[in-house]
Write a protein that binds this ligand. Structure first.
Ligand SMILES: O=C(O)c1ccc[n+]([C@@H]2O[C@H](COP(=O)([O-])O)[C@@H](O)[C@H]2O)c1
Ligand SMILES: Cc1cc2nc[nH]c2cc1C
Length: 358
């Protein structure tokens, strides 16, 4: 990779970011006015009402077309697994990728129920994968162990970010109206916690959760590994690409790009659990207006998720004690997105139904 290529990628990123506009406040206000004419006390549908207004702000349309919905599962491996930070072995990453491609994972079931198409992307799986439905955007075979040095080079992080961005831009052009973030990567809660710790100042002890199910002793070890990785690599908190490169992951970088891509195309993006939210945080630090296009699906059991969502300025739609990832919580939330739009479209107004206002 030459310096020229890196400069070109940085430029491409800046150009895409420059296209991100804050939500259309006039469209959101029009949606709120319509909502207040419907047969219910104003605000009584809570987050469903607010969501309909936000969707109007994102898309500029009172009735956005979200009939085509895409779940993006970004997959990659993590060198930090060598430090014993996960309850599962790294070979689960490629095994689960094949499961996604064959339609047998939880996210596939929920995507079928929600009428969403699943796109599984290899951004950095540490195996040679071949499948007719696999989208190959492999940057490298897994990251290096961040406790021993940088997880990857800056240009590799940029390549992953741009891959996510361009995929979403292409799908958006094809007619996908809403995006759902998903991921797979054994060890990626460690990388996510490291990103969160650097970008928010949250101590690793708070940011590190139990991931796939490690016990308290191992969780403390995981926090110490994160602390060591930050100390060793000294990521620059004011430069999210540097943070993604030094202590992040390829699938997390690709999700950051996918989220920025959705915002640049004025498409809503439903953000899944802890890992997706770490990617969303990097995205808002690169482009604050991108937050306007994010819908937080659920509150993960991962202990740092609540403060992480607060740092982005998002409030989760549901609390289901989920901690699976893949995009499962986000794809479930599509039903709520559908409900919010359907209420707006189908409810009678006070006038049309002859109901007295308070
Ligand atoms: O989405 C979440 O909040 C979430 C919380 C815990 C675990 N995960 C999933 O579990 C894997 C990472 O867990 P770990 O313990 O290997 O870091 C990865 O494939 C994620 O999709 C996901
Ligand atoms: C089996 C399994 C499925 C997953 N899906 C997302 N992360 C996962 C981690 C494991 C271990």
């Amino acid at each position: 990779m030459t310096c020229e290529n890196v400069t070109q990628m940085e430029r491409q990123l800046r150009e895409r970011i420059a296209q991100i506009r804050p939500a259309d406040e006039d469209a959101a206000a029009a949606a709120r006015r319509h909502s207040d004419r419907l047969t219910k006390p104003p605000g009584s549908l809570g987050k469903l009402e607010e969501l309909a207004a936000r969707l109007a702000g994102m898309t500029g349309k009172l009735w956005p077309d979200i009939s085509r919905r895409a779940v993006l599962i970004m997959a990659a491996d993590h060198g930090v697994c060598e430090e014993g930070v996960s309850a599962f072995p790294p070979e689960v990453t490629p095994q689960m990728v094949l499961n996604f491609l064959e339609g047998g994972a939880a996210v596939n079931v929920l995507a079928r129920q929600a009428g969403a198409d699943v796109f599984c992307v290899d951004v950095g799986v540490n195996a040679d994968l071949s499948h007719p439905r696999l989208i190959d955007r492999k940057v490298r075979r897994g990251t290096a162990d961040m406790a021993a040095g940088p997880a990857m080079e800056r240009e590799e992080a940029l390549r992953a970010v741009l891959a996510g961005m361009e995929l979403v831009a292409g799908l958006s052009e094809e007619g996908y109206g809403i995006f759902v973030t998903g991921e797979m990567g054994i060890g990626n809660t460690t990388a996510s916690a490291a990103i969160v710790s650097v970008l928010t100042g949250m101590p690793p002890e708070r940011a590190a959760g139990s991931g796939t199910g490690i016990d308290e002793e191992r969780r403390k070890h995981k926090a110490a590994v994160i602390g060591r990785a930050i100390e060793r690599n000294k990521p620059d908190a004011s430069d999210p690409i540097d943070v993604l490169a030094k202590v992040g992951g390829l699938e997390i970088a690709a999700l950051t790009g996918a989220i920025l891509g959705a915002a640049s195309c004025r498409r809503p993006v439903v953000v899944d659990g802890y890992i997706s939210s770490a990617a969303a945080l990097a995205a808002v630090r690169l482009a604050p207006a991108a937050a306007d296009y994010m819908i937080a699906s659920h509150l993960s059991r991962e202990q740092g998720h609540g403060p992480l969502l607060e740092a982005i300025g998002l409030s989760p739609m549901t609390h289901l004690d989920m901690r699976l990832g893949e995009g499962t919580g986000a794809v479930l939330s599509l039903h709520l997105v559908d409900a919010s739009l359907r209420l707006m479209q189908e409810m009678a107004t006070f006038e049309s139904a002859g109901v007295s206002r308070g």
